[in-house]
Design a protein around this ligand. Structure first.
Ligand code: ADP
Ligand code: MG
Length: 228
């Protein structure tokens, strides 16, 4: 085990003619909370997809040291309100092994994992609720619980705070703060004031990536308009 468990080595990724990212070269420390910030279209989601293995770099490599799957929460991820599924059922799917046979019953161990994850995100008592009976903030927690139930050591969340009111955003970040140390957490976000204060390191992403050991330094630079 090394200190850094995510490594971007001079990565480039192009969608056909459009190169979203070039020369991305940085490392992320195990057990840290790192924020990806930058303008719309800057390449945050592309970097997150490269990190999660959904995209392969055109040049360079992405090395991820983890214990299996990465807990990935996509941008704009939601549930169809009319879909009749409960909190517990969603979180249980996080425990599924890809090799598992369909229609297999969940084991006691899987139920335990799901229950622990639900408790961790503060949704104990909501297990039997349908997704249509949850607030936006609670839904995000369900998705995070699902990722936790998978035992993933690395959690990657792409703008989990969009469409949430300020109180829900605060609660969400408090939760992420509580989860770090046991997990490596990477969040793409627009809420820079907030999350830069609680994050350990930051990456400014605008066609390329610039790593900041100290998020406050990035905050100052953004305030002074030194970075666009
Ligand atoms: P961000 O998440 O920071 O808003 P993205 O990673 O979504 O940025 O996008 C980076 C760039 O890549 C943008 O110019 C965007 O238009 C382009 N892009 C993203 N996805 C695709 C795609 N599927 N096909 C073509 N271009 C894309
Ligand atoms: Mg995005």
């Amino acid at each position: 085990m090394t200190e850094n468990n995510v490594k971007f080595n001079d990565v480039r990724y192009c969608y056909g003619e459009v190169c979203a990212i070039h020369n991305a070269d940085f490392e992320i420390k195990r057990g840290s909370l790192t924020i990806f910030v930058g303008p719309n279209g800057g390449g945050k989601s592309t970097l997150i997809k490269l990190l999660s293995g959904f995209l392969k770099p055109d040049k360079g490599s992405v090395d991820v040291e983890n214990n299996g799957a990465i807990g990935y929460v996509a941008q704009g991820f939601g549930f169809d309100d009319s879909f009749p599924i409960t909190v517990k059922e969603i979180v249980l799917t996080g425990t599924l092994d890809k090799k598992i046979l369909p229609f297999k019953k969940y084991s006691k161990e899987q139920h335990k994992k799901a229950e622990e994850a639900i408790e961790k995100v503060g949704l104990k008592g909501f297990e039997k609720r349908g997704v249509s009976q949850l607030s936006g903030g609670q839904l995000k927690r369900v998705v995070i619980a699902r990722a936790l139930a998978s035992d993933a050591e690395i959690l990657v969340l792409d703008e989990p705070d969009s469409n949430l009111d300020i109180e829900a955003v605060k609660d969400l970040y408090q939760l992420l703060k509580d989860l770090k140390d046991s997990k490596t957490i990477i969040v793409a976000s627009h809420n820079i004031d907030f999350i830069l204060d609680i994050s350990d390191t930051a990456v400014y992403i605008n066609k390329t990536a610039r790593f900041f050991e100290n998020p406050q330094e990035l905050k100052e630079k953004l305030k002074e308009g030194m970075i666009i």
